[in-house]
Design a protein around this ligand. Sequence first.
Ligand code: HSE
Length: 306
Amino acid sequence: MTKILARVTVSVPASTSNLGPGFDCLGLALDLRNELTVELIEGPGVTLVEIHGEGAKTLPRGEANMLVQAARLVLPKRLPGHLVFKTVNRIPLARGLGSSAAAAVAGLWAGAHLFGTLSRSEDELEALAVKLEGHPDNVAPCVHGGLTASLLLDGRSSAQRLNIHPSFSAVIGVPDFQLATKKARAALPKKVPLADAVFNTSRAILLVRALETGRTRGIDALMDDRLHQPYRARLVPGLLGALAAAVRAGASGAALSGSGPSVFALVSGDSGRRVGEAIRRAFAAKRVKSRSLELTVDHQGVRVER
Ligand code: HSE
């Protein structure tokens, strides 16, 4: 009989980053969760990864899996058994919804909690997740939940939770193609005009205030961006139509979700269904199949469930 020497279960939320003008700074956690259980099984054996849901057919099953790589960063080098990772993935992969940040956070938290007591501080784990995954604007909401602002200072990240009014929720339009973050970043210029930097800074600051107060008037304009979306639009057929359609259908504002290709629409009230349908139709007009998800804001971040 197999003997389980230790076991831990963690769950982590999806996230949308940028929110338009907050390129590489703002992030929002969404209530769509991946679950990971890690077991240490007595006796020799190779590391196993069982995957259900998103990525079940494509993600690596052994040490190359990001969950394993993250957990290894904090687990003792020598273990009295072998590891089995069991994951239920609900966050679509390579769609701008923070799936790799979620994998880094899940692996690190599971590794650090496997033996009951936390082997590292949460700040250390968050720093490791940023180092491994590279995007604090996805890692921070995944760890803390809610709306976050983050920065990188001398290679180290620092993040703060910001208030978001309870009236807001999200509709995500998820096209049925993947877009690697690397490719979406390669589309960006090395330098941007000063006026575009000012355009984004002013909107990002006012957007944060609007998100805090729940004031919806004018949010559409505050979610405009000149630093990344115009350059990425050619990688996402139907993007501009989908953003406009979301707002026409009642969203307060809309933006590319992270590096794309998903669309994030900010909604308040009961327009979610209409907005989702409008985004789907706009993508379909460019022959892009998509599905829509109506999601609430996640306020918990990473959860250790034992
Ligand atoms: N802020 C990053 C980008 C998110 O837009 O490239 C990557 O997940």
